[in-house]
Design a protein around this ligand. Structure first.
Ligand code: C2E
Ligand code: CA
Ligand code: CA
Length: 609
């Protein structure tokens, strides 16, 4: 499928070409007429002139063009030498001769060469009485040839430059595939040609590399870029017709395709092919890498031939593909619309959740594995929406991070958690509350100041506060995070590294990182009893944590087998549905009170209090 953006330019250049052809035909006819009617002895040879000129103009082979033009040029020179025309003919008709060559070789020096050669062969025939008349004619021919050649040369150069700028502005500089602007232009063109009456049907594929952020964080941006380049190359090498590839942003690509018969079948085929193509390893600098992608597909027919709705539909389909565990292909269908309305509403209403008092914290108990006693809790945010009910953080934290609204929300979480911990402490339950801190907040907010203020306002013992940062935060700007953790610990609070193991933490940074707790990600716990590799990873993380003097917490423990395995591996603490789901504060305190006998301070807290 040809990028439709070139259509306008092609239209313009077609009309210019038509005009040039008319002028060329006129000039060749005029010159031929003069040659044939004014010569006497060479007339039969001059029939060759218009034939060769026309052939040279219309033939596309460069060498043949040159050969035919050369024949006409030599013919003119020989004819002019043996049977020169009157000087006034020179001025009237021959002035067109160099211009004909401009049409054949635009921007070349041919016209100037021809003009000067013609003047040259006439010189021996000029009598002293004709000198001034000849000079006049020669200057006129030479000047017109030079100016016309110069003009055409600069016009050609300008057209080439404009074409290059236009191409650059529509090309993604990193991957060299078409960019978002080209995509928009092509959508506009499609909207004008598509419709129920059109025989051509269109489908749009939106693809997003799974966990690309992790790839960037763990392998570095350079390797991330390299992966994108290779991925774009693979897309470009797809052996399918009538498809256009675009890079829309970071790791998001679009594939536009058209088909006369069954565009849905064709789109599914292309999607399967792309998905499989990712499973072959990508060779990066020092290692090879396989990745997965999520893919959304939407047909233009289902969007009432409105490209805006079409894009929104494919976006919804991609979001659903991501939510359903990634590495999947999702077609748009009407049922997904309800979900989109919800996600738009969430995005719109997020800004005033705090003022409206719609945010709340639930607390999930953390349990000591040896004693089965609760000593802490993780604060997990919930949004009590008047229409949708409780919305989980998975649905809105990402949105809040993108719009940086996570900064005021995160401050509210820290303040609320501190106040809650203080209340429980005063009630005789010294529960250490762990708060999740988003990467955005850690890097763009003054987290030290926020925590200091929250501790001061609540009068909370700093040991009852723990911050959880993810490996991803650490990998973003390791030095800055290390410094910030040092500073935070001077306040007496604890720092935990969350979701440990998913982002390939650099052991080097881990060594320097002033943290107290390693939290093993739930994904390792899920199958640690049935999958030997996961078991070994859990064992390694626990041993690594202990060797570095850290407390190790396992999250997402749902059954006794997992707990037993963790106990065998000497993991320190766990949290998970096995003990309790995250609870609202009143239910949490009920749980604590009902198990009052297990409420003793955790060993590492007791030692330092
Ligand atoms: P996380 O920090 O890894 O939190 C643990 C998540 O696992 C929580 O989900 C928790 O409810 C869930 N979970 C705990 N035990 C189990 C279990 O046994 N089985 C299953 N299936 N799930 C379990 P939740 O509350 O939906 O939070 C999801 C994520 O949202 C959190 O992951 C955290 O990254 C983020 N989050 C939650 N609250 C906050 C917050 O206040 N601030 C920020 N920045 N992020 C938050
Ligand atoms: Ca957490
Ligand atoms: Ca976690």
């Amino acid at each position: 499928m040809k990028p439709t953006t070139t259509a306008n330019t092609i239209d313009k250049s077609n009309s210019t070409h038509f005009l040039v052809t008319i002028l060329f035909l006129f000039a060749v006819s005029a010159v031929s007429y003069s040659l044939l009617t004014t010569h006497h002895s060479l007339t039969q040879y001059y029939f060759i002139y218009p034939l060769c000129m026309l052939a040279a103009y219309f033939i596309s082979n460069t060498w043949l063009k040159r050969a035919l033009s050369f024949v006409t040029f030599v013919l003119l020179l020989i004819g002019s030498y043996f049977e020169p025309l009157n000087i006034d003919f020179l001025q009237q008709t021959f002035i067109l001769v160099p211009l004909c060559y401009i049409a054949i070789f635009p921007g070349s020096l041919w016209p100037i060469g021809v003009a000067f050669s013609l003047i040259g062969v006439y010189i021996p025939h000029v009598t002293s009485a004709q000198v001034f008349e000849f000079l006049d004619a020669a200057i006129e021919i030479a000047a017109i040839a030079i100016f016309a050649t110069g003009g055409v040369f600069y016009r050609q150069k300008l057209i080439k430059q404009v074409e290059r700028y236009r191409k650059d502005s529509l090309t993604d500089f990193l991957t060299q595939v078409a960019n978002r602007k080209a995509f928009k232009n092509d959508l506009e063109s499609i909207e004008t040609i598509a419709g129920e009456a059109s025989t051509m049907k269109f489908a749009l594929l939106l693809l997003d590399i799974d966990n690309f952020k992790l790839i960037n964080d763990s392998l570095g941006h350079q390797q991330g870029d390299y992966l994108l380049i290779q991925f774009a190359k693979r897309l470009n090498n797809l052996s399918f017709n009538r498809i256009n590839i675009y890079r829309l942003s970071g790791d998001e690509f679009a594939v536009l395709l058209q088909d006369k018969f069954d565009v849905n079948f064709y789109a599914q085929q292309v999607a399967n092919y792309i998905s499989e193509a990712c499973h072959t390893e990508f060779e990066l600098d020092k290692r090879s890498y396989t990745m997965t992608i999520s893919l959304g597909i939407a047909a233009l027919d289902d969007a009432a031939y409105n490209t805006e709705i079409w894009c929104r539909n494919v976006d919804i389909a991609l979001k659903r593909a991501k939510q359903s565990g990634k590495n999947s292909i999702q077609w748009f269908d009407e049922n997904l619309i309800g979900e989109t309305i919800r996600s738009y509403q969430i995005e719109r209403e997020l800004s005033d959740t705090i003022e409206k008092g719609q945010l709340t914290l639930h607390y999930q108990p953390k349990v000591d594995i040896k004693t089965n006693k609760v000593y802490g809790a993780e604060a997990l945010i919930r949004w009590k929406h008047p229409v949708f009910g409780i919305i989980s953080p998975d649905e809105f934290v990402g949105v809040a991070e993108r719009s940086q609204q996570i900064i005021p929300i995160g401050r509210w979480v820290i303040e609320t958690a501190c106040q809650q911990a203080k209340i429980w402490d005063q009630l005789g339950h010294p529960i250490c509350i762990a708060v999740n801190v988003s990467t955005v907040q850690f890097l763009y907010d003054d987290i030290f100041h926020v925590v200091t203020k929250a501790l001061r306002d609540s009068q909370l013992d700093p040991q009852l506060l723990q911050l959880e940062i993810t490996e991803t935060t650490l990998m973003q700007q390791p030095e800055r995070v290390v410094d910030a953790c040092h500073e935070l610990r001077t306040l007496g609070i604890r720092v935990a590294i969350d979701d440990f193991g998913v982002a390939y933490s650099s052991l080097n940074y881990l060594k320097q990182l002033p943290i107290d707790v390693l939290k093993i990600d739930k994904s390792f716990i899920d199958e640690c009893c049935s999958n030997h590799n996961d078991h070994m990873l859990v064992r390694t993380i626990i041993q690594l944590g202990h060797n570095m003097g850290k407390v190790v917490t396992a999250e997402g423990v749902v059954n006794n087998e997992q707990l037993w395995l963790l106990a065998q591996e000497e993991c320190d603490e766990y949290q998970g549905y096995l003990f309790s789901q995250p609870l609202p504060p009143n239910e949490f305190i009920t749980l604590l009170s009902s198990r009052k006998e297990i409420m003793i301070p955790h060993p590492y807290m007791a030692s330092s209090r």
